[in-house]
Design a binder for this molecule. Structure first.
Ligand SMILES: NC(=O)c1ccc[n+]([C@@H]2O[C@H](COP(=O)([O-])OP(=O)(O)OC[C@H]3O[C@@H](n4cnc5c(N)ncnc54)[C@H](OP(=O)(O)O)[C@@H]3O)[C@@H](O)[C@H]2O)c1
Length: 261
């Protein structure tokens, strides 16, 4: 499907996959609607997206953890675009890596609010703006953590598993509407994800990627563009994208550090 002139709404567009997606979609000549909490960062992404060829770029603060924020964001977007073609539910991330025995309520609640309830809220608000039988999309960003749990990831793996269930239920609910619903489930990718998970501890965050060649935000953004640009009769239900170095969630090949001399 030709995306030129289509309108793509991306949540979590201030960094990582969302920011890279804004640029990748911009190159198709689409209209962009961007949301996240850090508006200064959105402003930078919007400028780069205009430069890259977006037909128009609008951005506004959005906290998917708040129903009021989601509703005012959607009302604002509707003023520019009475209909949207693509919703990319990307906002989210992990908070902490504690085992359940040491888990913190604020981390659990934060992950549920952004990854799970945020996705439901955004979808509910945007569905009335998606035209039927016109190739529209709801593309949810999941994770391989939603397929296989790991120690310290109970809440994060739980919310990403929930994302898969929402994706599947929504696809059933929209059967016959022509609106496509799918999930893009990346593995290890270098973004601000680990910095956020470890609450600004850059040394601990860097260790996650030590010796590995992870996915880049561009890899993930290109996969999003590919999914969304399939012809309207084709739905990519679920796409798992992992670095070659990550044979499975626990099996990550790490190169030994180079020896000096
Ligand atoms: N990196 C990985 O290895 C990986 C792998 C699989 C899946 N994922 C998933 O991919 C998605 C994007 O993550 P990323 O790797 O690109 O990390 P990132 O660089 O930290 O980006 C996360 C984005 O989500 C936004 N966000 C977080 N909470 C939000 C909220 N309550 N309301 C609005 N926006 C919110 C952030 O913006 P603000 O802080 O400005 O609001 C930011 O733009 C997440 O759903 C994450 O779980 C990541």
């Amino acid at each position: 499907m030709d995306l030129a002139g289509k309108t793509i709404l991306i949540t979590g567009a201030s960094s990582g996959f969302g920011a890279a997606a804004a640029l990748a979609f911009a190159r198709t000549g689409c209209h962009l609607v961007l949301g996240a909490r850090r508006v200064t960062r959105l402003n930078e992404v919007a400028a780069a997206a205009r430069e890259a060829g977006a037909r128009s770029v609008q951005f506004h603060s959005l906290d998917v953890a708040s129903t009021r924020s989601v509703e005012s964001f959607t009302a604002w977007a509707r003023d520019f675009h009475p209909t949207l073609d693509v919703l990319i539910n990307n906002a989210g991330g992990a908070l902490g890596l504690d085992p359940v025995a040491l888990g913190r309520d604020e981390d659990w609640e934060g992950m549920v609010q952004s990854n799970f309830l945020g996705l439901l809220r955004m979808t509910r608000a945007v569905l009335p703006l998606l035209p039927q039988h016109a190739g529209a999309w709801v593309l949810n960003v999941g994770s391989i953590a939603g397929h296989t749990a790991y120690e310290g990831g109970a809440a994060y793996c739980g919310v990403k598993a929930a994302e898969r269930s929402v994706t599947q239920a929504l696809r059933l609910e929209l059967s016959g509407s022509g609106i496509r619903v799918g999930s893009l489930d990346p593995g290890l990718a270098e973004t601000e994800f680990s910095l956020v998970r470890f609450k600004g501890d850059a040394v601990r965050a860097a260790k996650v990627y030590e010796g590995v060649r992870p996915l880049t935000p561009v890899d993930v953004a290109e996969a999003m563009v590919w999914m969304v640009s399939r012809p309207p009769h084709v739905c990519v239900d679920e796409l798992v994208l992992k670095p070659t170095d990550q044979a499975a969630i626990h099996k990550v090949y790490r190169r030994p550090p180079a020896t000096p001399g």
